[in-house]
Design a protein around this ligand. Structure first.
Ligand SMILES: [Zn+2]
Length: 608
C-alpha cells in the first residue's frame, strides 16, 4: 500500500502509550452513574434525536429505570426527586446504532460497542456463538451488543415438495429465529422459494438474502434485498448480463442510470411489497467515497490499539486498510480488485460514475417510498462498528438526509425483525422512547449537521449502563479460521509458461506466464527471486528473465566431461522454479512450474 511501510508490531509498541493516554482523556474511566435495580437515572440537557424521525428535542430529559427508558422528552419531562442526574448540556443523544448485516463472531463485540453499535442483526446461525451467549447478549453489563439472528440455516432444494418445504420451515422455526436468511433464488428453486417465503411470512417473519436479480427475488417473496448488484442485473439486457458474466465491464454500477427505467424498476419492486434494501455501499465503493482518505485514517487509528490487536487478526486489519485504495473491478482486465492508482484516467472516471449510479439508486429508492437497511456485512467488508459510520456517511453522500442515515442504522433496520409480525410489534431498540431499551450514544457534535459527527462518541450506554470504552487484551480469542477481506485476493495459479526451456547462455528474454487469478500486483519469481513483471490481464503475465539466471546449467560436481563447449565445472540440464506471488494481505504463491536450462553441449549433441 502506498507509503504505508510501518509494520504493525513496531507501530503497536510506539503507539501504545499514546493510545492509552488518548483513551483516558476522551473516555472517563470508572463512570459511576449506573442504575441499581429500581433506581432512576436521568440524562439531562442534551439534544435528543430519538430515532423515530421526529425533529430533535433540545434540552431533553431521558429517564431510565433499570435497562429501559421510562420517558424521553423535553425539559418539562418529569422524574423522581431522588433520581441520579447526569448533566449533558451541549451534547447530542442518539439511539444505540443497529448494524443489520454482521457476520457476528465473539471477537467483534467490544469493537462494535466502542463504536456505538449496541445492536447487531447477525446473519450467522446461532451455533456459531451458542444459545447461552445469544441470550446473555440481551443483558446489560457485559461487553456484547444485543444480538438478533436467524436461528439456523434455512435451505431448500429443487426436488422438494410443498409438504417438504413446509416441514423444513417448521423445523427451522424450532431454533427461535427473528428473521430468515434466505438461500439464493434462482430458476431451479423458483417454486420452492415461493413456498418457503409463504411459510416464513405466515410465521410472522421477514426474509433477507442476496438477490441475483432484484426483480425476480422480490417477486418470489424476498423482503430485504442484500447488495445492489442484483438490481443492476435487473436493468441489463440478456446480452449485457452475458457480457457482464464474461468480464467485459468494469463495474455493474454503470448500469444504474438515473431515469425512467430505474424508477420503474424501483416502483415495481416496492409496489410488489419489497420495501427494504441493504445497499452495502462500503463493500463496493469504499475507495470511491469522498472521505476515503479520512476513513482510512480512522481505520488506522482503531488498529493502533495494542489491546485490540492482541486478538484482532492482523491480516484482516491490513486488508481492510488497503481497501480504501483498492477499487472493485468486474472486468478480466483486472480481476476482482485493482489499486486505484493503477486505473487509467477514464477508468477512474467510470468507477466514480458507478458509485454515483449506485448512490442515485439508493436515493431514488427512498424517495419512491422504500427504506434502507443499514448493514455493512462486517467483519470482511470493513472494521466492525466503525464501518457503520462510514456507510452512513456514504448514504448521505448519495443523497439521504443525516436523519435518514441514522434511521437506516436504527428503526428501519429493526423492521427486519418486526415488519411481518402479527400482531404488529415494535422493536425495543433503534429508538429512544418509553419502553425501549436504554441503549444510546452520547456525541459531542451534532450528527444532523454533519453525519461525520456520529464518530464524536463520548459515551455509549447499553441497557441503562455506560460501557467502559476501550479495548481489553483478554476480551476474546481471535477467530479460529483465517478471515479474509471480501472480495479476497485469489491465490494465483500457473497453467503454462512460454518458453518452457532455454539454452544455457541465452540472452535475456521475455517469458509469457498463463494461468488464473493474476493481479496487477502479481510478480513472477525465478527460484524465489522476483523478476520484472508486466501484468497483461488476470490470465496473463509477461516476465523479463535476465541472462544471468540462464547463464549456466548445473555445475558438474564430478568434472566428468571433456566437451569443448562446456565451461569447466558445468555439467547438465538445470531446472529453474517459476512461481507467481500475489502479495499480502491475501494472495499467496502459485504452484511452481519448471523452466529447463539446457546444457549447450548436450543440446548440440542433438539429444532433444
Ligand atoms: Zn453478508
Amino acid at each position: 500500500m502506498n507509503g504505508r511501510t510501518v509494520r504493525w508490531p513496531s507501530l503497536v509498541i510506539v503507539a501504545a502509550i499514546v493510545a492509552a493516554m488518548v483513551a483516558l482523556s476522551f473516555h472517563p474511566q470508572g463512570w459511576a452513574q449506573q442504575t441499581p435495580a429500581g433506581r432512576v437515572l436521568v440524562l439531562k440537557g442534551a439534544t435528543l434525536i430519538d430515532g423515530t424521525g421526529q425533529p430533535p428535542v433540545p434540552n431533553a430529559v431521558v429517564v431510565i429505570e433499570g435497562d429501559k427508558v421510562l420517558a424521553a422528552g423535553g425539559a418539562q419531562t418529569r422524574y423522581p426527586a431522588d433520581a441520579t442526574v447526569v448533566e449533558l448540556g451541549g451534547k447530542f443523544i442518539i439511539p444505540g446504532l443497529v448494524d443489520s448485516h454482521v457476520h457476528y463472531q465473539k471477537w467483534l463485540g467490544e469493537l462494535l460497542l466502542n463504536q456505538g453499535v449496541t445492536t447487531v442483526i447477525s446473519m450467522q446461525a446461532r451455533d456459531s456463538y451458542g444459545a447461552a451467549y445469544y441470550r446473555e447478549s440481551q443483558r446489560a453489563g457485559n461487553r456484547v451488543p444485543r444480538l438478533y439472528d436467524p436461528g439456523d440455516r434455512l435451505s431448500i432444494s429443487p426436488s422438494m415438495t410443498r409438504d417438504q418445504v413446509r416441514a423444513a420451515v417448521r423445523e427451522w422455526l424450532q431454533a427461535g429465529p427473528e428473521f430468515a436468511k434466505a438461500p439464493i433464488h434462482n430458476d431451479e428453486v423458483r417454486q420452492q422459494y415461493q413456498w418457503m417465503a409463504e411459510d416464513v411470512h405466515g410465521a410472522g417473519l421477514a426474509m433477507i438474502g442476496h438477490a441475483e436479480n432484484c426483480r425476480d427475488s422480490a417477486e418470489a417473496g424476498l423482503d430485504v434485498l442484500e447488495h445492489l448488484w442484483g438490481c443492476a442485473v435487473s436493468l441489463m439486457t440478456p446480452e449485457e448480463v452475458e457480457n457482464f458474466q464474461k468480464g467485459e465491464y468494469l463495474h455493474w454500477g454503470l448500469f444504474l442510470k438515473e431515469g425512467g427505467r430505474m424508477d420503474s424498476l424501483i416502483r415495481e419492486i416496492i409496489q410488489g411489497g419489497t420495501v427494504y434494501i441493504n445497499p452495502t455501499l462500503l463493500y463496493e465503493f469504499g475507495s470511491q467515497a469522498k472521505m476515503a482518505a479520512e476513513f482510512e485514517k480512522a481505520t488506522f487509528d482503531v488498529y493502533r490499539d495494542p489491546a485490540l490487536m492482541t486478538y484482532y487478526p492482523e491480516n484482516l486489519a491490513d486488508g481492510l486498510m488497503s481497501k480504501f485504495q483498492t477499487a472493485r473491478s468486474y472486468s478480466t482486465k483486472y480481476g476482482t480488485q485493482v489499486r486505484v492508482s493503477r486505473l487509467s484516467e477514464d477508468e477512474r472516471r467510470r468507477s466514480q460514475e458507478a458509485y454515483r449510479g449506485a448512490g442515485t439508486f439508493v436515493k431514488r429508492w427512498v424517495e419512491l417510498g422504500g427504506k434502507v437497511i443499514g448493514g455493512v456485512d462486517t467483519p470482511s467488508i470493513g472494521t466492525a462498528g466503525l464501518a457503520a459510520h462510514f456507510e452512513m456517511a456514504m448514504l448521505v453522500e448519495s443523497g439521504l438526509t443525516p436523519l435518514q442515515a441514522l434511521q437506516s442504522f436504527g428503526v428501519w433496520g429493526t423492521e427486519m425483525i418486526t415488519a411481518r409480525r402479527n400482531p404488529a410489534r415494535q422493536a425495543p431498540v433503534g429508538v429512544l422512547r418509553e419502553g425501549s431499551y436504554a441503549d444510546l450514544v452520547v456525541l459531542t457534535a451534532n450528527p444532523l449537521q454533519d453525519i461525520a459527527n456520529t464518530r464524536t462518541i463520548e459515551r455509549v450506554m447499553k441497557g441503562g449502563e455506560f460501557v467502559t470504552l476501550g479495548y481489553t487484551a483478554s476480551y476474546a480469542s481471535g477467530p479460529d479460521r483465517l478471515v479474509r477481506t471480501t472480495p479476497f485476493i485469489l491465490e494465483p495459479e500457473i497453467s503454462a509458461i512460454v518458453p518452457h526451456r532455454v539454452t544455457e547462455g541465452s540472452p535475456a528474454f521475455e517469458m509469457t506466464v498463463d494461468g488464473e487469478g493474476f493481479l496487477p500486483d502479481s510478480v513472477v519469481l525465478v527460484d524465489d527471486v522476483a523478476v520484472p513483471t508486466t501484468f497483461v490481464d488476470i490470465r496473463t503475465l509477461k516476465a523479463k528473465i535476465p541472462a544471468s539466471v540462464v547463464a549456466q546449467p548445473i555445475p558438474d560436481r564430478f568434472v566428468l566431461s571433456t566437451n569443448p563447449y562446456q565451461r569447466v565445472g558445468v555439467y547438465g540440464d538445470r531446472t529453474l522454479k517459476i512461481t507467481v506471488l500475489t502479495g499480502p494481505p491475501d494472495g499467496g504463491t502459485s504452484n511452481s512450474v519448471s523452466l529447463k536450462v539446457l546444457a549447450k553441449w548436450l543440446e548440440e549433441e542433438g539429444g532433444r
